[in-house]
Design a protein around this ligand. Structure first.
Ligand code: SF4
Length: 359
């Protein structure tokens, strides 16, 4: 396995010669829990962990996960509330103007469909209902419709609402905040260096500005990205450390689903152990975040999905935007086998016991 740090002057957090094999990742985890922000050198060391040391790395990442989340797992349900019809050229996306993928294309769904999706989210014991609209930025009428429907969803269902509506300015973010949106998703997707290779119709800076606007509006931030688009490992390091500057409340890590008809439809699958290292990197970089194994977990992690949940603490249950997820029953079985408990149940249990809980 390549070690980028070998023969480089920048020193990582330890070497085999000065620390025991089973100590250095735990020491790093402890320092992260005490407020240390990992350096680029430490990020590289995590991403290039030797295969024989992966169990230790996972265990150390689990130490951080356990500190913040114990045995809970956050479940999320997605609704593709507006599909296709997008003028952008994001290479990974089946809804782009350059995609020939056979997907449904429709404008913002009606109120009844949004409410039905919220009901399904509750049935699936989700804590967060993620409403996703295609397009570079929200149309004014879509924003107004969301602002009208979201209070109705919140009045009926004990769900956190997260919306993904593309680029936002401060005024638009404030409209969502006043409507009762808790969290806004806007993914950075990859590094600044690599971004022009996956999209030519908007700039990385616009994405960063949206993250700023979400924060300024007082909203929680959900921001992650996609691994496996042809980026270099150094891009993953840059991406993780850029995202760490924002310390998002939620970080969805997608592993590219190569959808036929998209420019990245030919990409090959990732090694599942590499996917675990990527998850560990984000756990160390943004320790307190709800780290979500998002789209592509079934395809790339395969039989190692449960190990992923020792690092991450969140998944989507059900389908993704235009691709299928595994049956929810399989997710529930995995969660039960791991001894984890959906956060929705924990909060509901606290409520029924008369304890204070998030509303
Ligand atoms: S990711 Fe969003 S902006 Fe990019 S093509 Fe897909 S729908 Fe459009």
């Amino acid at each position: 396995m390549v070690d980028l740090l070998r023969n480089q002057p920048e020193k990582a957090f330890g070497t085999r010669s000065d620390q025991s094999r089973w100590g250095r990742f735990f020491e790093l985890a402890q320092s992260v829990l005490e407020g240390h922000r990992i350096s680029p050198a430490e990020a590289r060391q995590i991403l290039f962990t030797e295969e024989s040391e992966l169990p230790e790395l996972v265990a150390a990442a689990h130490k951080i996960r356990w500190h913040f989340f114990r045995d809970t797992v956050q479940l999320n349900v997605l609704i593709n509330a507006k599909s296709g019809l997008c003028g952008e050229d994001c290479a990974y996306c089946s809804q782009s103007r350059v995609s020939t993928a056979a997907i449904a294309r429709y404008e913002l769904v009606d109120e009844e469909v949004l409410l039905a999706g919220a009901g399904l989210a509750c049935e699936r014991r989700a804590q967060t209902y993620c409403i996703v609209l295609s397009g570079l930025r929200p149309a004014r009428r879509d924003l107004e419709n969301l602002a009208r429907v979201i209070p109705k969803i919140r009045a009926r269902f004990p769900l956190r609402i997260c919306v993904s509506t593309g680029l936002l300015g401060l005024a638009e973010a404030k409209i969502l905040k006043e409507a009762g949106v808790c969290r806004v998703n806007h993914n950075l997707n990859t590094s600044r260096r690599f971004y022009p290779q996956i999209c030519s119709t908007h700039r990385y800076e616009e994405r960063l500005a949206t993250l700023e606007a979400v924060r300024q509006a007082g909203l929680e931030l959900c921001s992650g990205g996609i691994i496996g688009m042809g980026e270099e490992p150094e891009d993953i390091v840059d991406f993780a450390l850029t995202l760490a500057q924002f310390q998002p409340e939620a970080v969805p890590i997608n592993f590219l689903i190569p959808i036929p008809g998209t420019p990245l439809g030919h990409r090959s699958l990732l090694c599942p152990r590499f996917c675990l290292k990527v998850l560990c990197l984000f756990r160390f970089a943004i320790p307190a975040c709800e780290l979500r194994i998002a789209a592509g977990r079934e395809l790339h992690l395969r039989s190692l999905q449960p190990v992923g949940l020792w690092i991450a603490n969140s998944i989507f249950v059900g389908d993704y935007l235009t691709t299928k997820g595994q049956p929810p029953e399989d997710d529930f079985r995995m969660i039960e086998d791991l001894g984890l408990e959906p956060e929705f149940d924990v909060v509901a249990g606290a409520r029924s016991a008369g304890l204070s809980g998030e509303t």
